[in-house]
Design a protein around this ligand. Structure first.
Ligand code: HEC
Ligand code: HEC
Length: 403
């Protein structure tokens, strides 16, 4: 990288030197010309240039010719050195210009992010929470809730850039995520939205970090189950039991396999960014994360039930995404459903039993972006896988058990 920047700046230096030599030379030429011109005005002391006898053949064919040929050789040599140098340096210069462009976008996107997004999505996109007023269909107050804003550090694993751009342009109706782009009535131009997307590229987690994040959510969920079943366990006993539970439950033959799928479905890490429940379970994003917490929420805000905004703990009953009850009839085999969850939906592309996608369903099996190339390897950019094929199979088993 430093080599290329060096190449580009050497080229610039050479350019500047040549330009200054030419400029100074031209000035000197003008100066002399004026002085000679001045001396001549009104005088014919010397014979006019066109009346002067020119050099004779002897001189023309020897000294003059040699000097002209000599100078031709010098200029030819200069051109033959500079031209290949230009061709050698031009690709590096172009690449640096492209890279500089991306870096500038990223920097501006980072500044915009700090200003417009960090308040909800946290510094660097780690996720956060925001207060939100729920209203009924007539717009009357129903409840004041804390709504989780998902981490954005895996968003490009789940959505492609056009889908993220769509979310940024139009926001998410019914949630605190406002429309930001001009097409959705927001304040940001197309270029500013693009800068935000370029910034998001720079904060995506690598594969190991995603695995750790997913596991931390699993561990949190399993800990609650284990604690509940073994109220007398010490902290160390619980740690060991949680580890053992996760290994045992991830086996498709285990009687805890569906509970394992449920934990993945409800994964709490990164403010639910990698969960399914935030889009498929009513109220999950604002605290209805299990039967107990839903009950508390409904007690605190009785209008939730009265208005029909939240009717109780109904896992998979639909929120941003559709209800998953009866999903088995849309996907004849678990395998079809698994591959859908692996890559998500695409605008206008049908899935399952010929339902049409909007691009709103994220993919969880990782993503390759063919429009972007890695600067170092030259290969297409890849984004980390969130769930392994085995984990997706467990989630699907749980979903298909919902009814
Ligand atoms: C007022 C709080 C708030 C602000 C400000 C905000 N967001 Fe959001 N955003 C949310 C919430 C809440 C969600 C999740 C909505 C849901 O539950 O479906 C969300 C969802 C998203 C998503 C979809 C993520 C996913 O995985 O589903 C993206 C992308 C996003 N926001 C980017 C941004 C960017 C970029 C900005 C700044 C221009 C921004 N948001 C500003 C609250 C906010
Ligand atoms: C950001 C919100 C969001 C998240 C997170 C999400 N989904 Fe979806 N899901 C949707 C939307 C929206 C659709 C409808 C398809 C479309 O609009 O393209 C959908 C559709 C589906 C369908 C097809 C339902 C049908 O009958 O048409 C299944 C199955 C599904 N999602 C499962 C999951 C699973 C499993 C997860 C977690 C691994 C998950 N979803 C995470 C938004 C989401």
């Amino acid at each position: 990288m430093s080599e290329m920047i060096f190449a580009a700046s050497t080229q610039r230096t050479i350019g500047v030197v040549i330009a200054s030599v030419v400029a100074v030379g031209f000035l000197v030429y003008l100066l002399f010309n004026f002085r000679i011109g001045k001396r001549e005005i009104g005088s014919e002391i010397e014979v006019a240039a066109n009346r002067k006898p020119h050099s004779d053949d002897d001189e023309l064919e020897t000294k003059k010719l040699d000097s002209h040929l000599g100078w031709s050789l010098v200029t030819l040599a200069a051109i033959s050195i500079i031209l290949p140098l230009y061709w050698l340096m031009e690709p590096a210069r172009q690449e640096n210009a492209d890279y500089g462009w991306v870096k500038r976008f990223e920097k501006r996107g980072a500044a915009e992010y700090e200003e417009a997004c960090a308040g909800c999505h946290g510094p660097g996109g780690v996720g956060g929470v925001t207060s939100f007023t729920l209203t009924d269909s007539e717009g009357s107050f129903v409840a004041q809730v804390d709504w989780k804003a998902p981490a954005l550090t895996t968003v490009l694993s789940r959505f492609d850039e056009s889908e993220v751009t769509h979310i940024l342009n139009y926001g998410r109706g019914g949630s605190p995520m406002p429309a930001w782009g001009l097409p959705g009535g927001g304040p940001l131009t197309e270029q500013q939205i693009h800068q935000l997307v370029v910034y998001l590229r720079s904060i995506q987690l690598d594969q190991e970090e995603v695995i750790n994040e997913v596991n931390s959510g699993l561990t949190t969920g399993a800990r609650i189950l284990v604690k509940h079943a073994n109220p007398d366990f010490s902290d160390e006993q619980i740690d060991a039991a949680v580890e053992a539970w996760l290994i045992e439950a991830s086996n498709p033959d285990s009687e805890n396999y569906l509970a394992y799928g449920e934990l993945l479905f409800n994964n709490s890490a990164a403010q639910g960014a990698n969960s399914c429940a935030r889009c498929h379970t009513p109220g999950f994003s604002y605290g209805a994360v299990d039967a107990e917490s839903t009950e508390e929420l409904l007690t605190e805000w009785p209008k939730l039930v009265e208005s029909g905004v939240l009717n109780g703990w109904e896992p998979g009953k639909g929120a941003v995404g559709p209800s998953l009850y009866g999903v088995n009839s849309h996907f004849p085999t678990p395998g079809d459903q698994e591959s859908f969850i692996h890559s998500g939906s695409e605008l206008g592309v049908s899935y399952g039993n010929a339902r049409s996608g909007t691009g709103g369903m994220p993919g969880f099996g990782g993503r390759v972006d063919d429009d972007l190339t890695d600067r170092e390897t030259g290969a297409s950019v890849t984004y980390s896988q969130i769930y392994t094929p085995e984990q997706i199979a467990a989630i699907v088993a749980y979903e298909r058990s919902l009814g």
